[in-house]
Design a protein around this ligand. Sequence first.
Ligand SMILES: Cc1cc2nc3c(=O)[nH]c(=O)nc-3n(C[C@H](O)[C@H](O)[C@H](O)COP(=O)(O)OP(=O)(O)OC[C@H]3O[C@@H](n4cnc5c(N)ncnc54)[C@H](O)[C@@H]3O)c2cc1C
Ligand code: SF4
Length: 572
Amino acid sequence: MSYFSIDSIKDRTFDAIVVGSGISGGWAAKELTGKGLRTLVLERGRNVQHVTDYPTTMMRPWEFPHLNQMPKEVKDANPIVSKCYAFNEDAAHFFVKDAEHPYVQEKPFDWIRGYQVGGKSLLWARQTQRWSQFDFEGPARDGFAVEWPINYNEIAPWYSYVEKFAGISGNKDGLPQLPDGEFLPPHEQSCVEKYFGEQMAKHYGGSRPIIIGRCAHLTKPNPIHFQQGRAQCQNRALCQRGCPYGGYFSSNATTIPWAMKSGKMTLKPDSVVHSIIYDEKLAKATGVRVIDAKTKEMTEYFAKIIFVNAAALNTNLILLNSTSHRFPKGLGNDNGLMGKYIAFHNYRTSISGEYEGFLDTTSEGIRPNSSYIPRFRNLLKQETDFLRGYAAGFNASRITFNDRSGMGEELKTSLAEKKYGNWRVGSHMMGETIPKETNFVALDSNLKDPWGIPQLRVSVSYDDNDEKMVKDYHEQLTEMFTKAGFKNIQTHDVPNKAPGLDIHEMGGVRMGKDPKTSLLNNWNQLHACKNVFVTDGACMTSTATQNPSLTYMALTARAADYAVKQMKAKNL
Ligand SMILES: Cc1cc2nc3c(=O)[nH]c(=O)nc-3n(C[C@H](O)[C@H](O)[C@H](O)COP(=O)(O)OP(=O)(O)OC[C@H]3O[C@@H](n4cnc5c(N)ncnc54)[C@H](O)[C@@H]3O)c2cc1C
Ligand code: SF4
């Protein structure tokens, strides 16, 4: 133990501690330091500094030893993370490798993680949609899980707040199921994406809009973005390498350097949080136990408030591992529901086709975004035999190929000339899954990780509702593609695919109105330990269809504002 004196304890005492430096932890750090709190940010992974630690960002395709493919031996050694579409030579260094951080798959679950300063904010696809009141009302209306303790109006100003700082591009589409935000100019849709939108308007009378995705790219930076040291997105679409321009939102380019500039943040990488310390006499948390990732030495750090932002499943792990006489089942876990009601998104299935029109037009140029089909099922009324609905991605680009026939000069010439085929159209489903008690995570009673912390046991699977939704998506999208005149329509499903690859795991420490049925209140405070806040995906009561990270950002900023006010009022 590295604490010997009163001074040492003082050195290890802060106003606030944030666990994790990814998308939500970065926001907690920025908000808490911005409000004057001396804040310690603990990150289990290595430091990754904006620009200097993006080793592949300027590499050309031929400079990668395997032309950006992963060698077979790497894939064989990493069967889980290799399934992620972004796990290639250019970004593999930002992903957790299978053997390094073991977990128990009670049922198959592909857990994709990024352990470093910035977390998965270096890897994400940057799609950012607000939730609507349909989503916050979902559980109460449809009778599943538990009622949300907040509504859209309460979070809307916080969406605006984080959107302005992060920089979100999009179009104001005026859709009740996908509220507009504070948008920078939108990316353009390709002519076939626009055509599809027109056809859907004709056939479905405006109920199935096809919009450009809303995404965290600086299409036209505002002064606040230049102050962050970021520049306009250059449309390179190499984002998962880390962007040297700061063209997209990441913790590394945006919130962490901003918090650092305040002079109030202490960032400690290689610091694995083991558990939260609970003081029985004070009846509150007083700090955290941390294991040095390299030396495995344990140290304690202290603070008045603690934000747990280790990403949904790891936040569950830390809290379940935070046992005391008062909380033998995990911090704040009086009702035994912690770790339960895990939910995720269902990205299992897709559909493709071709369009034979617009053959005088190409889709040259790169766009780090695609089109989006907001949820249209079961919105105003229940119309199917499954609960909730799905959103979908949509993309159209021209098929290109080279004629490889012929010999000698003829072959060389044809190889050098790109030929264009039909337009290829494709969509993937983004389904809401229903949180259920039987989908849970727990601590394994025997197995430990290399830092002596119990391994997480994951028991999560699809259910009948998901299967029915997949079937409906196939039927509805086939109908929509047919109406648009698309040909060669093929649905693609992988029935045995494990959940997890959508990388949107949520729940386990859900928000709610009643301490008997939830762990967190409407301000993301543990009901039973008010100075601990959880604002990452663990807090989510239900999942909606939208990509979740924008909602984590808004909830974090809102909770941080509340926490500081409560602290100043001496209520924490
Ligand atoms: C390829 C890919 C594409 C994605 N696309 C999208 C998208 O388009 N839109 C979207 O909304 N989301 C997307 N996501 C998901 C998004 O990245 C996550 O929702 C988001 O990063 C979650 O934020 P977080 O703060 O909860 O976790 P993270 O960003 O993962 O950060 C958690 C941090 O906590 C640290 N940590 C964990 N345990 C401990 C511990 N014990 N002690 C100390 N530190 C710890 C981790 O190392 C990590 O740095 C995508 C993810 C991936 C990988
Ligand atoms: S598309 Fe934009 S954000 Fe992505 S790497 Fe290129 S410049 Fe950076």
